[in-house]
Write a protein that binds this ligand. Structure first.
Ligand SMILES: [Zn+2]
Length: 374
């Protein structure tokens, strides 16, 4: 496959592959923008669902958009908001319902009712000021039957078409002809190859700037769905970026990358960092020198890295950094002993430094993958 090397956005080009941490509520908890940038991260994801509830899409529009509001100059991707709404409804049907028109749901914050239609999802993302938008789709639980997944695929295609129409309308209405954000569609179909291929084909006919892999990437037995992930990427145009939504742990990112996926986002580095779980490379120099594929073991890359729990008492007198070869602020300045101490006395600097390091681990991961292209 002839892979694209960069994604053009209205705020500049992004080298592919790339990883975006989730600044869910317009913040990566505990970090300043400078700390995020210094960790090698230039793009982030914010969550439409959380932001539409608080501070509200209209509020953000009046505040001059998300970039000004959070003082972030780099490209920002917004999801459609659908995933959180469905998770909410699937957990408790009293909290809402999904129909052909869209998803009606109750805010967990104040009990107010909201209605997310394909058109509304697009309008909200424009109000937020997103650079990379995602259409509203209809994901179903991975264990759903073929019939249910088929229904979801048809609806996903119909909604993608409605989103595209609304997108074009908003571009004209807001005079954004020379500053267009990108619009991504999402391929559904669960673990059924023919549904995934059909969904991809129909979405490509409508025409989007990029395409995402929707639904779970792991089956009900916890197995990574290599074949589905690979076939879905192959069903999409070579010259369009492919976004593996919500993926994931480093091993899954590497596997998806080699199956054709270019863009990744996940809460893992920041969430795990807050809990004191630190990612580190086992032999970074060797990986960089020889390349990931050289070290590959049956398509599994777990041996390349490991994690440590910095709160563990064994680090109390360990006066080395998380990782000798890491160039992040935490590793350049602090020892495991000190961060262990910060966690034990619940000083927030500990979680902050763990997050800074984990973000650097993830940015290093995509830098290593970029070497594989050459
Ligand atoms: Zn580090």
């Amino acid at each position: 496959m002839n892979r694209i090397k960069k994604l053009k956005t209205r705020l500049g080009d992004i080298k592919i592959p790339f990883f975006m941490p989730d600044a869910t509520r317009a913040s990566i908890r505990g970090l300043t923008n400078n700390q995020i940038l210094a960790s090698g991260i230039s793009e982030i994801v914010v969550n439409t669902y959380h932001l539409m509830l608080k501070p509200g899409a209209n509020f953000l529009k009046n505040a001059g958009g998300i970039h000004r509001f959070m003082s972030w100059d780099g490209p920002i991707l917004t999801d459609s908001g659908g995933y959180q709404v469905y998770s909410l409804i699937h957990k408790n049907s009293k909290l809402g319902e999904v129909t052909e028109d869209g998803a009606r749901f109750r805010s967990v914050l104040d009990g107010s009712w909201h209605f997310l239609t394909p058109e509304k999802a697009i309008e909200i993302q424009f109000d937020i000021g997103s650079d990379m938008m995602v259409v509203l789709d209809d994901p179903r639980p991975p264990e759903s039957s073929f019939e249910i997944q088929e229904e979801a695929v048809y609806r996903t295609i119909r909604w993608a078409r409605r989103c595209k129409v609304e997108f074009d309308k908003q571009i004209k209405k807001r005079n954004l002809q020379n500053k267009e954000p990108l619009l991504f569609a999402v391929v559904q179909g669960g673990k059924h190859i023919d549904l995934r291929e059909y969904c991809a084909e129909q979405l490509v006919k409508i025409g989007f700037d990029g395409y995402g892999f929707g639904g779970r990437h792991i089956d009900e037995n916890g197995e990574f769905m290599d074949e589905i992930i690979k076939i879905t990427a192959n069903a999409l145009p070579e010259d369009k970026p492919k976004f593996a939504l919500g993926i994931g742990n480093p091993n899954d990112i590497i596997r998806c990358y080699f199956h054709g996926w270019d863009m990744f986002d996940c809460v893992i580095p920041s969430r795990e960092g807050r809990h004191g779980r630190i990612f580190f490379w086992n032999d970074l120099e060797n990986i960089k020198k020889k390349g990931i594929k050289y070290i590959e073991k049956n398509g599994d890359y777990k041996s390349l890295y490991d994690t440590m729990n910095i709160g563990n008492a064994k680090f109390k007198e360990d006066f080395t950094p998380f990782c000798e070869k890491c160039d992040c602020y935490a590793c350049k300045n602090y020892t495991k002993s000190y961060i262990n101490h910060l966690f034990s006395v619940k000083e927030s600097l500990g979680a902050q430094m763990a997050t800074v390091h984990n973000l650097r681990f993830y940015s290093e991961l995509v830098e290593i993958l970029r070497l594989e292209q050459n």
